[in-house]
Write a protein that binds this ligand. Structure first.
Ligand code: C5P
Length: 226
C-alpha cells in the first residue's frame, strides 16, 4: 500500500518519440515505445499526484486519470511542455526528442526523381526542450531527464545534469540487452544533483518508475523545507 505523498502536486511527464514530418506521408521517427514514460506517469498517479502526460505516437493506452496531450513533433512537444511546466511542481522528460527535423516540410508528397538515384534531405537542429525549461525553472520545481548512452554513461549523464539544470538524470546504457527502447525491462543509473550515483539491477520499467518517484519525493520534501 503506497502512501499518497504527492496529493496536490502537479507533474508533467513526456513519453514516446517525436515524429518530424518530411511530407504528408513520411516522417523521421525513432524507436521509443513510450513504455518508460507511461510507467512513470502511472507511478506518479499511484502516489496521488495530478499528472499531465504529453506523448508522441505510441501503441499504448494512456492511463486513466491523466490529462493526456498528444503531440507529434519536437516543436509541438516544446510548446506543450513550456505551457504546462509553468504551473507544475515536477517535470519528467522521458520522451525521445528528435535532434533534427527537415528544414522544409513539403505540402505535397515528394516524388522520385527518375534522373537521380540520390536525394539529399536537409535537416536543422531541434530546440533542446530541457535547456529552455532550465531558463524558466523556479527553485522549488524539480526536473528529471533521461540519458540514453552507449559509451561513458556517467560522464555524459553528469554533463546533461549540469547543462540542463536537472535535479536527477536517469541514465541507461542502451547497448546492453534488455535495456532501453521497446523492452519491458531497464537497468539504470540515477545521477542526482546532490552528487549521488546509484545503479539498479535489471528491473521492470514499472519498478524503475517507482524508484524514480521515490527519489523525486525526497527532492520535493527538501525543496519544500527551504
Ligand atoms: O541530450 P540528450 O538528447 O541525450 O538528452 C536527453 C534528455 O533531454 C531527455 O530527458 C530528453 O527528453 C531531453 N531532450 C530535450 N530536448 C531535446 C532533446 C532531448 O528536452 N531536443
Amino acid at each position: 500500500n503506497l502512501s499518497k505523498e504527492l496529493v496536490g502536486k502537479k507533474v508533467v511527464v513526456t513519453a514516446g518519440g517525436t515524429q518530424e514530418r518530411i511530407d504528408p506521408v513520411r516522417f523521421i521517427g525513432n524507436d521509443s515505445s513510450g513504455k518508460m514514460g507511461y510507467a512513470v506517469a502511472r507511478a506518479f498517479l499511484a502516489r496521488g499526484a495530478e499528472v499531465t502526460l504529453i506523448s508522441g505516437p505510441t501503441k499504448l493506452t494512456p492511463p486513466n486519470n491523466v490529462k493526456f496531450i498528444s503531440i507529434e513533433s519536437a516543436a509541438e512537444l516544446q510548446d506543450q511542455v513550456i505551457k504546462n511546466f509553468a504551473t507544475s511542481d515536477i517535470l519528467v522528460m522521458a520522451a525521445a526528442v528528435a535532434d533534427f527535423k527537415p528544414v522544409k516540410q513539403s505540402k505535397q508528397k515528394i516524388k522520385k526523381d527518375p534522373t537521380n538515384d540520390r536525394w539529399t534531405l536537409e535537416l536543422t537542429k531541434n530546440p533542446d526542450i530541457l535547456q529552455a525549461v532550465a531558463k524558466i525553472k523556479r527553485l522549488n520545481q524539480v526536473t528529471v531527464g533521461f540519458a540514453a548512452e552507449t559509451t561513458d554513461l556517467i560522464n555524459h549523464a553528469t554533463k546533461k545534469l549540469c547543462e540542463k539544470s536537472l535535479d536527477l538524470v536517469v541514465a541507461n546504457d542502451v547497448s546492453q540487452p534488455g535495456v532501453g527502447f521497446n523492452v519491458d525491462t531497464n537497468q539504470v543509473t540515477f545521477i542526482s544533483s546532490d552528487k549521488t550515483v546509484e545503479s539498479t539491477e535489471l528491473l521492470t520499467k514499472s519498478e524503475i518508475a517507482e524508484l524514480l518517484v521515490d527519489k523525486v519525493i525526497k527532492k520535493t520534501a527538501k525543496s519544500n523545507s527551504i
